[in-house]
Design a protein around this ligand. Structure first.
Ligand SMILES: Cc1cc2nc3c(=O)[nH]c(=O)nc-3n(C[C@H](O)[C@H](O)[C@H](O)COP(=O)(O)OP(=O)(O)OC[C@H]3O[C@@H](n4cnc5c(N)ncnc54)[C@H](O)[C@@H]3O)c2cc1C
Length: 609
């Protein structure tokens, strides 16, 4: 006998077979759906047969123990559900564990009230849905946010801030501010900062100095308290368990029943009596998947945080295989925030300016090097794979998105907001991704070229572990031509022509003499590149956020291609679409909503099969 049968969604409009057919017609092909090598083949094939035997069971099964999954677990348990979390990694935390721990929760939190900051759910909602707010390049931050999703966020934001404190997160004791903010809204400061306290940081392997533990911001200060609370409440956390598919009763209809996961080469079936929550962190390291949104993002673009945990779109692919829709694609392609970042650490794979991997990190071998942090872009020139400069090196990246006080005066919903912004279309990243004229997508590697004097000025050590010579992310030579010849990197599509690099350097040195850069307008080029040895350091833009993903509603239920909720399936954080904000805040809020809603469901018993 079946119990608690949900209303059968309308299956007549768009079936899974239609989806696969449409994807094929759109040229996605098998590789687009299977994703990169590490994406689970079973999920990609959409295999979700109901198993004859379940190895484990809980009311709620959560995929991913990061910024979304851990709060989801706590909330589900506190609402009466038993919980299993699977995580592919050897430890919890996902990208959140290496994050800056700047958490943009506002809307009238107790912390905001304590410091006299005026905010409310309505103000937060108005900020994050204001069509009239645009960046200097004309891109609107909030116009394409899904209002139902933002309303749910606004209504739960302040309470989530207070809830984090109640569950052990220590925030730095100061007024909420803008530090680390991306698209957090114009009307109030909303960033809170999780103090790392005594926990060793994943990126350094050691705790922060005792005198700074309560005054610095770091993601470990959010993750470890969440982990401790979840474990204390009885969440079973199964590490090194990679979800490979989501099991739905009838492939594209009825209820979600559980998942399959691999552990040490074995496949397990884990039953979810109430619901499955997808919190796998998005798609940014799955080259084929991310290229759905931006065809330029070919394999040379590395993903920051990848040395610790991967974001291979496995949650999205498994959801799509049982009928889920994608949502809010504009938010992935809009040129604001940090979907993509200029490399601020050169000579290492990841290159993200705010993530310094240190040799004592347990995952340092995967990071490869600490990287050389660039203090003054006058010390390098940036060239593409053809050895040619392409932009003013001192220029930044996309605007980091509108925050408190970014537009002055700001009038909610007024087109005059745009009139108050000085238009500036200059964009370093677009120039880097443009390539060198060939009929291939993506721009190829970008190299920072500098000499021994620049290294001295910056205080750089040009040997490992500061730079990654063994994986082809750093090269040296005694002449510019020799340097070009030495560049051998798997993403360099053709050898860099030595004469071209020599010409570039000669021309640049003449611009230093002349005091101006007629090609790209670098302000008063300062230093010649003339003292051997010369160096080429990987400086290719790095992929950051996933801001589009599975379609959800305000309850974080996953929605199918017909607009119906998939019974028993929830999603939040970077695997979900419809919300352009960066980071932990939306993850924690949506995790809580998903956990709460999932726990409310009645257990579902299947007797078929
Ligand atoms: C260097 C850096 C700095 C950042 N700084 C900030 C900041 O200051 N403030 C801020 O708000 N945000 C910051 N962020 C972003 C923030 O960390 C992320 O937005 C957030 O962690 C995303 O949460 P999530 O739950 O979606 O994914 P994650 O936290 O990445 O968690 C996803 C989890 O899912 C697991 N997983 C994936 N696939 C599977 C599978 N198939 N089976 C089982 N498990 C799987 C992963 O191992 C991982 O543990 C930063 C990120 C980085 C990398």
């Amino acid at each position: 006998m079946k119990t608690n049968k949900p209303t059968q969604p309308n299956q007549n409009k768009f079936s899974r077979r239609d989806f696969v057919r449409t994807a094929a017609a759109a040229g996605l092909g098998a590789t687009a759906l299977t994703g990169m090598e590490s994406a689970p083949a079973e999920a990609a094939q959409g295999v979700s047969q109901v198993p004859k035997h379940w190895d484990r069971e809980a009311d709620v099964v959560i995929i991913g123990a990061g910024a979304t999954g851990l709060p989801a677990a706590i909330e589900a348990i506190e609402n009466g559900a038993s919980v299993i979390i699977v995580d592919a990694n050897t430890d919890v935390g996902g990208h959140a564990i290496v994050s800056g721990g700047n958490i943009a929760l506002g809307g009238g939190s107790a912390r905001q009230q304590k410091y006299g900051v005026k905010d409310s759910p309505d103000l937060l909602f108005s900020d994050l849905t204001d069509w009239s707010v645009v960046e200097p390049n004309g891109f609107p931050d909030y116009r394409y946010n899904d209002k139902e999703i933002i309303r749910a966020f606004a209504d739960n934001s302040g309470a989530t801030c207070d809830w984090l404190v109640a569950h052990g997160v220590v925030f730095v004791d100061k007024t909420p501010d803008n530090a680390g903010a991306h698209a957090t809204g114009n009307s109030a400061p909303r960033e809170n900062h999780a103090a790392p306290m005594q926990w060793p940081q994943m990126q350094t392997g050691v705790p922060i100095a005792p005198n700074k533990q309560a005054t610095t911001s770091a993601g470990i200060g959010f993750v470890r308290p969440m982990e401790a609370a979840a474990r204390k409440l009885g969440a079973q956390i199964l590490l090194q368990h990679r979800m490979t598919s989501i099991v739905r009763e009838n492939q594209n209809s009825w209820r979600v029943l559980g998942i399959t996961a691999t552990n040490n080469g074995k496949t397990l079936s884990i039953r979810a009596k109430k619901a499955v929550i997808i919190s796998t962190g998005g798609h940014s390291s799955n080259v084929n998947f991310r290229r759905i949104f931006d065809p330029r993002l070919t394999e040379e673009y590395q993903t920051m945080g990848e040395a610790y945990s991967t974001r291979d779109a496995s949650g999205e692919i498994a959801g799509m295989a049982i009928g889920a829709s994608l949502w809010g694609a504009y938010n992935q392609t809009g040129e604001f925030g940090e979907a993509l970042s200029k490399a601020g650490r050169i000579g290492s794979r990841e290159g993200y300016v705010n993530l310094g991997w240190m040799p004592a990190s347990p995952v340092f071998s995967r990071a490869g090097a600490t990287g050389l942090r660039v203090a003054d872009w006058q010390n390098v020139i940036l060239v593409n794979q053809a050895g040619l400069r392409f932009f003013d090196e001192t220029k930044g990246q996309y605007p980091t998105a509108n925050n408190y006080g970014a537009i002055k005066p700001y009038v909610a919903g007024s087109y005059l907001n745009a009139a108050n912004i000085k238009y500036d279309p200059a964009n370093f990243l677009n120039a880097a991704l443009a390539g060198t004229g060939e009929a291939t997508n993506g721009g190829g590697p970008i190299w920072a070229i500098f000499d021994a004097d620049a290294a001295k000025r910056e205080g750089w050590n040009t040997t490992p572990p500061d730079v990654d010579t063994s994986n082809g992310f750093f090269f040296s030579g005694n002449s510019i031509e020799e340097l070009a010849q030495n560049i051998v990197n798997k993403y360099q599509r053709k050898p860099m022509p030595p004469a071209a690099l020599q010409d570039t350097v000669t021309k640049y040195n003449s611009y230093v003499d002349a005091g101006n850069d007629p090609d790209f307008g670098k302000p008063a080029p300062k230093y010649k590149i003339q003292a051997p040895p010369f160096h080429a350091a990987w400086s290719t833009p790095v992929v950051h956020d996933s801001r589009a993903g599975l379609r959800i509603n305000g309850k974080c239920e996953v929605i199918d291609l017909n607009g119906n909720a998939i019974p028993g399936l929830y999603c939040g954080g970077e695997s979900a679409g419809g919300f352009s904000i960066h980071g932990i805040a939306r993850c924690a809020v949506q995790g809580r909503i998903a956990g709460r809603e999932a726990a409310k469901l009645a257990p579902y018993a299947l007797t078929k099969g």
